[in-house]
Write a protein that binds this ligand. Sequence first.
Ligand SMILES: [Fe+2]
Length: 305
Amino acid sequence: MRVESLTDYFGAVICAENGETINQVDIEEVKNLFRSSGAVYFKDFNIDIDGFEAFGNRLSNDFMDNTGSGSFRKTANSGNDGTIQNVAYVYGVAKQRTFPLPLHADRSYVKSQPEAMFFMCARPAKTGGETTVCDGIKLLDSLSEKTRKLFESKRIKYIRYYTKEEWPVLFHTQDLNEVKEYCRENDLELFINDDGSLRTEYLRHAIMSNKYTDKPGFVNSMLIQLWQEEGLGRMNALVRLEDNSKIPADILHEVREVSESLTVNLPWRSGDFVMVDNTRLMHGRREFDDPDREVYVRMCRSVDW
Ligand SMILES: [Fe+2]
């Protein structure tokens, strides 16, 4: 295998050479690259969903589904552990939605945030649709002192609303007691409204430590939740400072500008996949215009290395 750098400060690319298969990849080297660089992209191994699952299983036996997340996803490996899911947004629409997704760390709005994200491309969009990544350590280092100080001194509050039709789908249960238990386990404050709808609130720092370095990063779900509110006009996922005030516009402007300047597109090809440290990096996707884009995600709750 040939190893290249994704950028000069984070990320590695492992390229298959001479018909090499994914089973021949040195797993200890993969772990080392992941620890030191935060993301490992696998190019030209041409794997399918079964191969993607088998490779993940060599690195962890602790994967999770997306119960309690903001989006409904279809399971791709129902015959096995059911943790590989199609990222396509299809809830309530005939064709998948193709909008861009701002940077975020999956489930950073609850305590059960996975340590690593695995993404696999079965079919790239004809144009656009790249998965994006951004190193939270570099991003934090690049923010102004004023912005850093604000997020060091104040936590952010993730607020979510679920209609009575939505919560059974997103929490994967009809039983409100199971939702209460999930909220207890995740340190979410739960509010049950008279009309059967729910609201949850979660306080957390936007700056987060990570497992493999001693440098904190700007890693959170602020931009994606604000985009839902400001870009889509939806009021079901909000983010505020812990005193309930809005994040100041100049601060947000800076976060958006600096993070975009540090965002890297992953050039998807069929059968490629990537592992991303979800405590150090944020990810998103570029816009596309192709309903057949097919990308899968598997969330790894933890690794024992
Ligand atoms: Fe995501």
